[in-house]
Design a protein. Structure first.
Length: 372
């Protein structure tokens, strides 16, 4: 997919976003704190990396050899994979973890260590998703393939009537697709675009690095456990796949309720490729928070239950989102903008399921009846 650009109108005067940025800057200045990671974030980084690394070393050193215990360690690693992606890699690749670029690059490369690719992520997520949120044909996060309809601007087919049932299984395949074919397809689709240059790379260099990092990943992640552990090969392969299914499912159910719920808007440009609202207002219309009072959940998912704050301030570490949310909500209300929040994670998942059902049965989801 080679996206055609769209243009967002410029704000006139002291608009919502200008006002909000002044208030957010004042929040940090009056408290004399950095917008980047603090000591609690550093502790969390160590803790979440340990959830992945400790079980791995227990397995390959044969400290644990009981098949059921080994299986359980792979499950824990799956939780660690998702945690690294949500809490560490995500902030780092947004440049929000540290004021030092090398720290962000180092921690952002943890995605490569997990079988993905940091450069692909920056293009798909930072550039396409965050700029063109919920715009069909531009935001790849709502374009997983024809088997899922995540936007009313996509074609409706007969299979979609069941997507509220099978989508949850497809989410388990997310990281399996990443470590195998998805990123190669992305590079092919982006060939000839300016994305590689913007990341300081070329198409050829990107292909080489992608192959190299995946060889490294499969070598340590799968081949070493196969060679060094006494358990049957099928247990190791099955456990490896299960680890990724757990990670993919967690990532899927955390990211989807942020933009694909019944209250979400899916704006389209006019015939001149111009959008109706400014970029910041567009984010308010397409993004939702959930479970704001669940601190343990927020800790694990890297503050991504505060998606509104994240989309408006990608350069700020997620440990600050809870404090900023009060400012964002008050400013949104002042300017007559929606501030969409689901009270719990479970209610957010229900809302996502309702949208899947509506988009699977009706061309236009806004006029669809309540899910039976």
């Amino acid at each position: 997919m080679k996206p055609s650009p769209v243009k967002f109108p410029r704000a006139n005067g002291m608009d919502f976003y200008q006002t909000l940025k002044l208030r957010v800057n004042d929040y940090f200045e009056t408290r004399h704190i950095s917008k980047h990671a603090n000591s609690s974030m550093v502790f969390k980084t160590i803790a979440i990396l340990s959830i992945y690394l400790v079980p791995y070393f227990l397995i390959i050193t044969n400290t644990v050899t009981n098949p059921w215990m080994v299986f359980a360690l792979w499950v824990i690693m799956g939780i660690g994979v998702a945690g690294i992606g949500l809490s560490i890699m995500h902030d780092a690749n947004h440049g929000a973890y540290s004021s030092k670029p090398w720290v962000n690059s180092f921690l952002g490369a943890s995605l490569n260590f997990l079988g993905g690719n940091a450069m692909n992520w920056k293009i798909q997520h930072n550039v396409l998703h965050h700029t063109y949120t919920n715009i069909d044909g531009l935001d790849e996060d709502i374009a997983p393939g024809p088997i899922l309809r995540l936007s009313p601007n996509q074609p409706l087919t007969k299979i979609h009537r069941f997507q509220h049932l099978y989508a949850w299984f497809l989410y388990t395949l997310m990281t399996i697709m990443w470590i195998t074919i998805k990123e190669f397809k992305q590079l092919r689709n982006w060939k000839g675009s300016s994305y590689f240059e913007s990341q300081g790379s070329t198409y050829g260099k990107s292909i080489f690095l992608l192959i190299f990092t995946k060889v490294i990943y499969f070598s340590y992640g799968l081949v070493l456990p196969l060679l060094l552990t006494p358990n049957p090969w099928w247990l190791t392969v099955t456990s490896f796949i299960l680890m990724h299914m757990i990670a993919g499912f967690i990532l899927g159910i955390v990211f989807q309720p942020a933009h694909t719920v019944p209250t979400s808007e899916f704006p389209i440009p006019d015939e001149h490729r111009n959008m109706e609202n400014t970029w910041a207002v567009h984010q308010m219309l397409t993004t939702a928070n959930f479970a704001p009072n669940n601190r343990l959940f927020s800790w694990y998912v890297g503050g991504l239950n505060y998606q509104i704050e994240h989309h408006l301030f990608t350069n700020i570490c997620h440990v600050h989102y809870r404090g900023l949310s009060k400012i964002v909500k008050a400013t949104a209300e002042e300017f007559g903008l929606p501030y969409q929040v689901e009270p719990t994670f479970l209610s957010a998942l229900r809302s996502h399921g309702k949208l899947l059902w509506k988009l699977g049965h009706y061309e236009e989801y806004k006029s669809a009846p309540v899910m039976a």
